[in-house]
Every structure is written in C-alpha cells, then in structure tokens.
Design a protein around this ligand. Structure first.
Ligand code: NAG
Ligand code: NAG
Ligand code: NAG
Ligand code: NAG
Ligand code: NAG
Ligand code: NAG
Ligand code: NAG
Ligand code: NAG
Length: 453
C-alpha cells in the first residue's frame, strides 16, 4: 500500500473521530450538508444532564425519554444561531429557567411535552418571534400569566392540553394574532373571561373539551373565524341566547357529554355555516321551535342519550341540508307528523330505545317508517312497526307482549289445574269402582287368604 492510501485512511479516521468528538456522550449526531439539517438525538433514561455541548450549527435537537431535571440559560448557546426545531419530550423536566430561550431567535418548533413542568417563567418565549408551533401538552402546568406568551407573533399552533390549568388570566393570548389552533382540553378551566380570545383573529380550531366549565358568557367566542369548537365533557347546564354569535364560519360545534337541560331559543343564532351539531349525552327534555332556524347548512344533529320527551313539529323546519338525525335513547313516545315531514331528505334517522306508545296517535310515525323502510339505516323500532291498531289502543307493544306472556302463563296454569283435577277425579272414581267391586266379593277373598295360610 502506498503512502497516499495510508494518508487517506488516517484522514478518514480523524474526520469521523472529529465528528464523534463533537457529539455529547450517549447522543447521536448527524450532519446532512445538502439539506443543511444538522441534528442531534439523545434518548434514554441514562441521560441525566442536558447534553453538552450541542454541536455548533445544529438545527434540530431531539431529546426524549431522558431524566434531565431542567433547562437553563446557556444550554442552547452553542447552536443558538442555527436552531430551528427543539423536541424535548417525555423527559423529567420540572423547570425551565428564565432566559433559556433568550438567544434562540430562529426557533420555529418547540415541543416540551410529557414532562413535569408546573409553570413557566414570564417572558420565557419573548424573543421567539419566528416560533410557529409550541407544544406544552401533558405537563402539570397550573398557571400561565399574561406575560407567558408575549411576543409569539408568528405562532400558529399552541397545545396546552392535559395540564392543570384552572384559570387563564385576561390578555394571556393578546399577541397571538396568527394563532390557528389552540388546544386547552383536559385541564380544569372553570370560567372563560370575556375577551380572553378576542385577539385571536386567525383562530380556526379551539378545543376546550374535558374541562370544568359550568357557564359560557355571551361574547366569549366573538371575533374568531372558528371552524371547529369543542366543548364536550364539561359541566355546562344551559346555553344562553347569542352565546355563539359571530361564529359565522363554524362548521362543527361539539357540546356532548355536558349536563345541558335548557337551550335558549336563540342560542345557536348566527351559526350560518354550521354543518354538524353534537348535543348527545346531556339532560335535555325538549327543544323549542326555532332553535335550529336559519342553520341552513346543518347536516348532522346528534341528540341521542338525552331525556327528550317531546319535540315540536316545526323543530327541523327550514333545514334543507339535514341528512342525519340521531334520537336514540331518549324518552320519546311519538313524533308529530309535521316533524316527520321535514325529515324527507334525511338518509339516516336513528330512533331505537325510545318508549314509543302504540296508541291511536302512532299512525303517522308508523306510516313514515313503512315508507322509509328501504333506507337501511332508518332502523325503525319494532314497537312502532309491529304496533297493531286498533286492537291494543293504549298499550305499548312491550306491554302487549308482556300481557300475552301473562295470559299464556295463566292458560298453562289453568290447563295444568284442569288436568290435575281431572286426574284426581279419575283416580277417585277408579278407586271407588274397585272398592265397590271388592265389597261385592268380600267372603271369597278372605276364604282365599285363609286357604293360602
Ligand atoms: C442508555 O440507554 C439507551 C436506551 O435506553 C441505550 O441504548 C444505551 O446503550 C444506554 N447507554 C449507556 C451508556 O448506558
Ligand atoms: C457553521 O456554519 C457556517 C456557515 O454555514 C460555516 O461557515 C461554519 O464552518 C460551520 N461550522 C462548523 C463547525 O461546521
Ligand atoms: C417530539 O417527540 C415526541 C416523542 O417521540 C413525539 O411524540 C412528538 O410528536 C414530537 N413532537 C413534534 C412536534 O414533532
Ligand atoms: C432574558 O431576557 C429577559 C427579557 O428580555 C431578561 O429580563 C432576562 O434578564 C434575560 N435573561 C438572560 C439569562 O439573559
Ligand atoms: C401534578 O401536580 C400536583 C400538585 O402539585 C401533584 O399532586 C400531581 O401528582 C402532579 N401530577 C403529575 C403527573 O406530576
Ligand atoms: C356580532 O354580532 C352582533 C349581532 O349580530 C353584531 O351586532 C356585532 O357587531 C358582531 N360583532 C362582531 C365583532 O362582529
Ligand atoms: C355525521 O356524523 C356522523 C357520526 O359522527 C359522521 O360519521 C358523518 O360523517 C357526519 N355527516 C356529516 C354530513 O357531517
Ligand atoms: C339505552 O336504552 C336502552 C333501553 O332502554 C338501555 O338498555 C341502555 O342502557 C341505554 N344506553 C345507555 C348508554 O344509556
């Protein structure tokens, strides 16, 4: 082998060592010249300190499932100028010290999920003017201040789900004028101050599911171009007039699994783009005529698992787009003809598990069921289809079946009794007749006995 080859090998070994020498122990560093992506990955519970130093020119830091207790000023200094994406997830971080991100001006994505953060210093993100995605979900953050999200003017996506937030101070989101998605689900927010979202003029999706909300004030959702609003699994008991006013771009409104027992007639006023409304698993007993008026694009209404006892005939009038209506598991004895007429274009109407009354008024529902029976998903209840008028005027089919069973039991009992009596009478008769025969020939018998002895 000539010197050139030796030199080349030596050079290669040194180059590799150099790269590895810059990479902190227990981490893996990669340089991709073409894409200008320089990344460092550190993973495992045996990592108990922040990896140091992060190689210069690193753009992407991935740290996961470690036991790093905190993040502090200086941790990112070696790569502050180039850093774009930081993902430090499922690590034991309990604290981020003030100033940690003061110099990482170009950061676009910051994800610190699944750690043990209880709070965040005010102004922590103040210099992150390019930050677009901030993920802080699955921590234990108990409070934020009006300073926490200051300066995040490019932020599009903020995830604060699965924390321990109880209140959000007014003006907390004032700078987030480009925010498109905000996740606050799985906290325990009790109230939303009016104006809390009023500067979120780009917000299209807001999730507040699984919180402790008891009321919604009128005006709290104004000003946002929301398309989806998730409010399921809270403790709402009523909806006031105009509570969703100005949400003229909302497609989806989810209010299921609350305790809603009253919906004011103008509660949904202004929701002119709504296509899907979920109100299932609440405590509604009825809804007023006009509640859904002018929701001309509404296609899907879920009302199952309520206590609905009565629905007014005109409830679904003026809903030309209605395709799916779910009314299963309610307390409905019947549906008025007028209401059924407005379900002409629906292709899915779920009615099962209601105490349909098989009385003289069931006619329209029964006819409607027969006419629509070709639509597989209509699932007309057997108690309506099998309701035979005018024989059982006031009983439900279930009652009738029960009665029939009772009748049958009685008949069987009667038959059994008759048979037993007949048998007993028969036996008595038989015995009597034998006795009579015996008493006619007593001498012979005793003679025979005597002879045998
Ligand atoms: C640290 O843990 C990771 C994953 O758990 C493992 O792959 C690695 O070998 C460990 N390193 C040391 C130095 O123990
Ligand atoms: C970091 O990037 C700059 C600009 O691309 C380059 O001049 C410098 O040599 C790089 N430093 C290292 C250690 O790779
Ligand atoms: C960060 O890494 C975690 C763990 O691998 C992953 O679940 C999460 O989706 C990542 N976050 C981002 C924003 O890519
Ligand atoms: C970080 O910036 C904030 C606000 O600009 C400042 O108050 C703080 O002293 C800085 N911290 C460090 C460690 O540089
Ligand atoms: C969250 O914090 C509360 C109160 O400090 C504590 O009781 C709870 O164990 C913490 N939960 C987690 C998952 O760290
Ligand atoms: C909200 O709607 C109400 C009633 O339609 C209207 O008076 C008000 O100007 C609207 N507000 C905004 C901010 O659009
Ligand atoms: C209506 O809701 C059902 C069940 O959530 C869903 O599968 C369907 O796609 C929805 N249809 C429309 C038109 O929104
Ligand atoms: C729905 O109603 C049926 C019949 O009344 C009942 O057996 C069932 O438990 C109900 N389902 C729920 C989820 O309440």
């Amino acid at each position: 082998m000539d010197w050139a080859v030796y030199l080349y090998l030596l050079y290669s070994v040194c180059a590799v060592t150099a790269v590895q020498g810059n990479c902190p122990a227990k981490c893996h560093c990669e340089e991709m010249k073409h894409s200008k992506l320089n990344q460092i990955q550190c993973q495992g519970e045996n990592i108990t300190d922040f990896p140091s130093p992060i190689p210069v020119n690193t753009t992407y830091i991935y740290i996961a499932y470690t036991k790093i207790p905190s993040l502090k000023p200086g941790d990112f200094d070696s790569c502050a100028q180039t850093l774009k994406n930081v993902n430090i997830s499922y690590s034991g971080i309990t604290e981020i010290l003030d100033g940690t991100f003061n110099n990482t001006h170009g950061l676009v994505v910051l994800s610190i999920r699944g750690s043990k953060l209880k709070g965040l210093p005010g102004q922590l993100f103040k210099n992150l003017r390019d930050l677009e995605r901030l993920l802080l979900d699955r921590n234990n953050i108990t409070g934020i201040s009006r300073e926490t999200f200051r300066g995040l003017i490019q932020l599009k996506f903020l995830d604060l789900a699965q924390n321990a937030l109880r209140i959000i101070p007014e003006h907390s989101f004032d700078d987030l004028e480009n925010l498109e998605e905000l996740y606050l689900s799985q906290n325990c927010l009790k109230v939303l101050p009016v104006g809390i979202f009023s500067d979120l003029t780009a917000l299209t999706k807001l999730s507040l599911s699984e919180n402790c909300l008891q009321t919604l004030s009128v005006g709290v959702f104004e000003h946002m171009p929301l398309q989806e609003l998730w409010l399921c699994d809270n403790q709402l008991s009523s909806l006031e007039d105009n509570v969703f006013q100005n949400l003229s771009q909302l497609h989806l409104l989810v209010l299921s699994r609350n305790r809603i027992n009253s919906v004011s007639v103008h509660a949904f006023r202004g929701l002119s783009a709504l296509t899907e409304l979920s109100l299932h698993t609440n405590e509604l007993q009825t809804l007023q005529e006009g509640t859904f008026s002018r929701l001309t694009l509404l296609a899907n209404i879920s009302l199952q698992l309520n206590n609905l006892e009565y629905l007014p005939g005109k409830l679904f009038h003026g809903l030309p787009a209605l395709r799916r209506l779910d009314l299963h598991n309610n307390s409905l004895p019947n549906l008025p003809q007028e209401l059924l007429n407005s379900l002409d274009r629906a292709d899915e109407v779920l009615l099962y598990h209601n105490p349909w009354h098989c009385d003289k008024d069931i006619g329209p529902l029964k006819d409607w069921c027969r006419i629509n029976s070709h639509k597989v998903s209509f699932q007309c209840p057997y108690s309506v289809i099998a309701c035979n008028l005018p024989i059982f005027i006031t009983e439900t089919v279930e009652d009738v079946i029960e009665d029939k069973i009772k009748d049958m039991v009685l008949i069987i009992l009667a038959l059994a009794c008759t048979s037993i009596i007949t048998i007993i009478v028969g036996i008595i008769f038989f015995c009597r007749s034998r006795e009579e025969k015996a008493s006619n020939l007593p001498a012979q018998d005793s003679e025979n006995d005597v002879h045998m002895e």
